[in-house]
Structures are given as C-alpha cells and as structure tokens.
Design a protein around this ligand. Structure first.
Ligand code: DQA
Length: 150
C-alpha cells in the first residue's frame, strides 16, 4: 500500500453545483459527498487527500502554484476550463507532479452534440484521463496514482 502520499483533489467552475446540475450527466451527489468519498478511498490507500474547488481562474491558479513541492500527485476535474483554458494547463505543467484528469460525465459521447467537450488542453500532460464513470472515476484515478507513485 502507498504510504502517506499527499494528493490534491481539484475542481474547476460549476462543480460546486453538483447535485443541482443535470442528473443524466452528473448524478445526484454533491461536491461534499464526492470529496468525502474520495478522502475515504484515499485513506484506504494510505493517501491524504486535500480538496479545493473554485469558480475563479486566478484563485485556482494561485492554489495550484502553492501546491508545487507540497503534493505528490493530483486529481483534477477542470470543468469547462478543460476545453479552452491554457493558463490552467500552464499551472498544471509547473506543478511538477503527476495528475489524473477526471470528468464525471462522458465527454466523448456528449461531444457528438457538443464538439468542444472532446477537446482537452491538459490531456497530453496528464498521467491518464478518465471520463464517464461518475464517482467511480475518482477511485480509478487514485489507483492510477498509487501505481505511478507506489
Ligand atoms: C465535466 C465536463 C465538462 O465538459 C463540463 O464543462 C463540466 C464538468 C465533467 O466532470 O463531466 O463542468 O468536467
């Protein structure tokens, strides 16, 4: 089991609204529920998970800057920023720790109607990307980080 790994769980815009967003894409759980569950899964794996969400690009960037040298890895759901926000990509590049890109909904399938959802400006930097698995995608992300960071 991985021991005492420090993992940041980062959410971008509108993800604080989970529970009130379209349930066919995002289920019924709140961000609080999600964070509690990921913390518990992390604990089972010997990981300490610190959580942060912001709707504000600058606040998000400054938070990521402050994590450099502090965390061993990250799980990032950048929300809509995924599809166009190059400053988020630059901040994640500077983080210098492996991160997993996670989307609750199936952005590939949704891309048939909304092509922008198939674009990710962070994907090539990510250890791996997971989408369409709801809450379980975050457990898969923890497992990918355990494998990477051992
Ligand atoms: C999302 C998918 C994005 O396209 C969307 O803008 C979000 C959430 C997801 O978790 O499925 O806000 O990242």
């Amino acid at each position: 089991m991985a021991r005492d790994l420090r993992i940041a769980l980062l959410h971008g815009p509108n993800l604080g609204m989970l529970g009130r967003r379209p349930t066919q894409h995002y289920g019924q759980f709140s961000l609080f529920d999600l964070e509690q569950q990921v913390r518990a899964w992390g604990q089972e794996r010997g990981m300490r998970v610190g959580c942060f969400q912001s709707d504000h690009e600058g606040a998000f960037l400054e938070h990521v800057h402050g994590l450099s040298g502090i965390v061993d890895g990250a799980i990032v759901n950048p929300g809509a920023w995924t599809h166009y926000q190059w400053s988020i990509r630059d901040a994640l590049e500077a983080l210098g720790a492996p991160f997993v890109e996670v989307h609750i909904s199936d952005v590939e399938a949704r891309g048939a109607q909304e092509p922008h959802r198939r674009i990710s400006v962070v994907r090539d930097l990510a250890l791996t990307a997971i989408w369409g698995r709801g809450l379980d995608g975050y457990r898969d992300a923890l497992d990918a980080l355990v494998t990477e960071l051992g």
